[in-house]
Each structure stands twice: as C-alpha cells, then as structure tokens.
Design a protein around this ligand. Structure first.
Ligand code: KIV
Length: 284
C-alpha cells in the first residue's frame, strides 16, 4: 500500500478527479480508505456531527488531535488532512507551527487545512517551509461565521468573487498544495479551478472543481432531518440505525437477546462439579 502524499494530490490536477471525505474514527476511516478515496479530512465539523454543537467554534486543537489519533491508528493509503481549528493559528506563524506540529507528530496527519485567504499567508509560508503541506479553505469559512453572520454562500457578487480569486492565487503562491472551496457559485469555482495550478476541492461549489469533499455523516445519511442543498446522501443509515436500536431495546426487554448462541456454556462435568460446590440449578 503506497500512501498518497500532497505531491500526488497536487499532480492529480487535470489527470483525475479527487474524492475526499471526513472521518473522525478508525472505523469510518477504514471504510473510506477501502473505498479508494484520495483524502481523509479530520474536519472541525466534528464539533457538529460528533459533539452535537451548532457550529465549529468550540472545537479545540485537543479535540482534533484526539480524532486524528483514532483515524491514524492504522496506516492509511489516503492522505490524512487535519483541520486547524478556530484560534489554533490566527495569532501568527509560530502558533500555527506549534498546532500543526502536534497534529503531525502526535496525531499522524500528513497535511493540515486552514481557513482564510491573504490574511493567513504568513502562516501558510511558515508551515510549508517547515515541511507541513497546507490545504487552503476559502468561501464559506465556518470559523468566521460570527463575522459573516451565519453559514452563507460567499462570492455571489462580482467584487467579492474577485477577492476570492485573489485569495486563491495568493494561497497557491504561498505554497498550498490544494484549495478547498466551500459554498461559492459554480461559475466562480470553475474560474478559480482554471486559474490555479493546484487542485480545487469543492463542497457546495458545483461540478467543475478538481475534486469534491463531503462530511461522512451527511454522505451516509446518518443525521436525521433536512439535508443541506449541496449534500447528496449516498446511503440512508439513520433510519436503518434507528430501526436496529429499537429492535435491540425490544429484544433485551422481552428476553430474546442474548440467545444461547450469543454466549458460552461450561463443560458438562465442570458444571456438575460447580453445582456440587455451590448448589443451585443454574440454567443450561
Ligand atoms: O470541517 C469540515 O468537515 C470541513 C468541510 C468543508 C468538509 O471543512
């Protein structure tokens, strides 16, 4: 198994489309890796889909690190990218190096992703210079939702679209091996994809990006309720899991689980000896 590196991802531009999914534990990472995905993202979306929060702002470096260790508990073919969470890099290159260094050394990640454009170039340069590949993240950047006023599509007017193009070019110039575009109009994503010599990875950014990413729980249909417009459920696991959990509860209550095949019995002679010692009529 040859592990994919950021260089493989970069060189895939124009050769093949890239598939990326988030994972937060070793089981889902096994599934994603076995399916042949190119990249696994330990996204700070874990705050929402694993920790049950309404946004990603409370996710700490320790949280990403914990899930990163779980994902990297087995060697992966897919490139493992870990998110730098809110407040783990904004204050400058030194802080970014310390945070990303931990995700690399303690977590096992082989690339990091950070949100922002020209405002984070010093961080990107410092990381790349230290040998840590960086994926940029532009458009809807959930860590800045308090400023944007919510989860809203970015780059809808010509001026903000032009800003995003400049941000994308600057990120690549600073050394990013790929740029994730979240919730931007299709036309803008297509333009940025043509303008960059590294892959764009889209989510809610249309079909013209070089690759796509989805949150695992969304793609598998593990969350109840309405899905976001840009999400496609490739399975509907929530009703299946609910049904299974209900069946389990019912069988435990009525005593039909566990059945004899779900346990072990003592050898006959040992059982008789045991009864001689302690009496009783333990069921067989
Ligand atoms: O945290 C996350 O899961 C992300 C998405 C854009 C995939 O960054």
């Amino acid at each position: 198994m040859n592990a994919l590196t950021s260089l493989h991802i970069r060189n895939a531009k124009g050769q093949r489309r890239l598939a990326m999914l988030t994972a937060y534990d070793s089981g889902s990472a096994d599934v994603i890796d076995s399916a042949g995905a190119d990249m696994i993202l330990i996204g700070d979306s874990l705050g929402m889909v694993v920790m049950g929060k309404t946004d990603t702002l409370s996710v700490r470096l320790e949280d990403v690190l914990h899930h990163c260790r779980a994902v990297c508990s087995s060697p992966r073919r897919a490139l493992v990218v870990a998110d730098l969470p809110f407040m783990s890099y904004e204050s400058g290159p030194q802080r970014a190096l310390e945070s990303a260094g931990r995700l690399f050394q303690e977590g096992g990640a082989r690339a990091v992703k950070l949100e922002g454009g020209r405002d984070v170039l010093p961080q990107v340069r410092a990381l790349v210079q230290a040998g840590i590949p960086v994926m940029g993240h532009l458009g809807l950047t959930p860590q800045r939702m308090a400023v944007f006023g919510g989860f809203t599509v970015q780059g809808k007017n010509a001026q903000s679209a032009a800003q995003l193009v400049q941000d994308a070019l600057a990120l690549v110039e600073a050394g990013c091996f790929a740029v994730l575009l979240e919730c931007v109009p299709r036309e803008l994503a297509a333009h940025i994809t043509r303008a960059l010599d590294v892959p764009t990875i889209g989510i809610g950014a249309g079909p013209d990006c070089d690759g796509q990413v989805l949150v695992f729980h969304d793609a598998m249909g593990m969350m109840p309720g309405q899905q976001l417009r840009f999400v496609k459920r490739f399975a509907h696991l929530y009703p299946i899991m609910l049904e299974a959990a209900r069946a389990y509860v019912a069988e435990v209550r009525e005593g039909s689980f566990p059945a004899s095949e779900h346990g072990v019995s003592m050898p006959e002679a040992e059982h008789e000896e045991f009864i001689k010692l302690y009496g009783g009529d333990a069921p067989r």
